[in-house]
Design a protein around this ligand. Structure first.
Ligand SMILES: CC(C)(COP(=O)(O)OP(=O)(O)OC[C@H]1O[C@@H](n2cnc3c(N)ncnc32)[C@H](O)[C@@H]1OP(=O)(O)O)[C@@H](O)C(=O)NCCC(=O)NCCS
Length: 154
């Protein structure tokens, strides 16, 4: 990733730019305002948000969501840096697992250790999330990355 791109925790003032980035990537905004804060990271270039990724925390687990990089910046490692940053955040936070739902990036997340999981294995709180309940179609792939539990690996 280019040296002049920074990954940092999101601030409330980033919300509008993040909504625009998600909309341009055709990703859902459901629940974003409620969840937005330090569990989200933004990639910034020249003061502008060029990418985002966030975690919704549900007890001991997290739901990774809103992974988006502006079109012009794709393929340069920004998404990779955002994902690694969020996984490190989840580990520091002591989360047991990260889950995600995706219709578009099922072939991308395995490089970070995510593997397809049975939807029925989702913790109840994760299953009740808006992303799970409303935003993602039932055809979306459900994936899990173990972090701090017995089956976690680095
Ligand atoms: C998915 C996304 C965040 C990746 O960000 P990025 O900055 O382009 O990714 P990186 O530059 O770090 O990684 C590029 C690599 O990932 C691969 N890749 C990117 N998007 C992919 C996808 N959707 N599926 C499979 N592989 C993908 C590229 O082919 C490239 O592979 P290589 O390393 O073998 O050359 C970005 O493409 C995006 O915003 N997509 C639209 C929104 C989306 O689908 N988000 C996921 C929703 S859960």
């Amino acid at each position: 990733m280019s040296d002049d791109v920074t990954i940092r925790s999101a601030e409330r003032s980033d919300l509008e730019a993040v909504e625009a980035a998600l909309t341009s990537a055709a990703l859902p905004l459901d629940g974003l305002r409620e969840q937005f804060g330090e569990a989200f990271a933004v990639a910034v270039h020249d003061g502008k948000v060029i990418g985002v990724e966030g975690i919704e925390v549900y007890g001991e687990d997290g739901l990774l969501r809103s992974a988006a990089v502006l079109d012009a910046w794709r393929g340069q490692g920004v998404g990779d840096a955002l994902t690694r940053d969020r996984i490190a955040w989840a580990r520091r936070r002591g989360l047991r697992s990260l889950f995600l739902l995706t219709t578009t990036a099922g072939d991308w997340f395995p490089r970070f250790g995510f593997a397809v999981a049975d939807r029925d294995s989702a913790p109840v709180a994760v299953r009740r999330s808006r992303e799970f309940a409303d935003a993602c179609p039932s055809s979306a792939l459900f994936m899990r990355l173990p972090l701090n539990g017995d089956d976690a690996h680095d």
